[in-house]
Design a protein around this ligand. Structure first.
Ligand SMILES: [Cu+2]
Length: 262
């Protein structure tokens, strides 16, 4: 426990913006305890029948950036994997309906202090065609991440957290999956591969179940929220973060869209 406190102190010293006030320190403290088992009492699950819902979409505004072709020519295996069409960059994907893909939406603050049940199933992260699939995942603090490789070439998985512990492991073709967890909330952990510099994934680690990654329609739904006032944050790897305050009652559904300017 003492070790965790020292760790939080260091993080606060380095990120003065997010750790300036007393309220933020309380938040950091909760964050530090996110993965710890609760002392007694059954773990809660979101009450989807009686809870509130926050839904919306992440709209992109501006000139749509053009995805670039990734140059994999240095590694013939990787290039052959995309023989039918070159792989494009995934840092900004604007969907056909004008929304953003791979935006991470989560409840940043406002939730009661609850011991939320951890899902038993892991979240999959594959290395396929020398790309991380999918590009972004959301996972609970303490939940397993099943890291697999579908490729006949060596990879190296190198998450670069600032709140959790850094690690760096190679994965050879045909080797068994790696089960990994991050014990502490952290939005966001970039993941690189030391062998293939273009490989990038993002793992959002959250201490509760209310988060989503936008897909091809750019929408998100956070269901089963206890009635309350929440800070909902969207995180995007290129456009940063945006917060909105949303109050939701029991069985109430609120729509809160985000507009990200390109
Ligand atoms: Cu790789």
């Amino acid at each position: 426990m003492k070790k965790i406190w020292i760790g939080v102190g260091v993080v606060c010293a380095m990120t003065l913006v997010s750790c300036g006030g007393g309220a933020d320190k309380t938040e950091e403290r909760k964050v530090a305890d996110a993965g710890a088992p609760a002392a007694g009492g059954a773990a809660a699950t979101p009450d989807e029948a009686n809870g509130g819902t926050i839904t919306g979409k992440v709209v992109f505004e501006g000139t749509k950036p053009t995805a670039k072709t990734i140059d994999m020519s240095a590694v013939p295996f990787c290039m052959r994997a995309h023989a039918s069409g070159p792989q494009k960059t995934e840092d900004v994907i604007v969907n056909d309906n004008g929304t953003l893909k791979y935006a991470f939406v989560w409840i940043k603050s406002g939730l009661p202090d609850t011991n939320w049940q951890l899902p038993a199933t892991p979240v999959m992260l594959d290395q396929n065609g020398c790309m991380y699939r999918p590009h972004m995942i959301g996972v609970r603090a303490g939940q397993n991440i099943d890291i697999k490789t579908s490729d006949a070439t060596n990879h190296n998985i190198h998450p670069q957290p600032t709140v959790n512990q850094d690690w760096n492991e190679s994965q050879a073709p045909g080797s068994e999956d790696k089960m990994k967890t991050f014990p502490r909330q952290e939005v966001m952990i970039p993941v690189k591969c030391n062998i293939h510099p273009w490989m990038r994934a993002y793992i959002g680690v959250v201490s509760h179940p209310f988060f989503a990654v936008t897909g091809d329609d750019g929408t998100f739904t956070l269901k089963g929220l206890p009635p309350g006032t929440y800070t909902v944050e969207v995180w995007h790897e290129k456009y940063g973060t945006q917060d909105q305050t949303v109050t939701v009652g029991a069985k109430e559904s609120k729509t809160q869209d985000f507009t990200i300017k390109g």
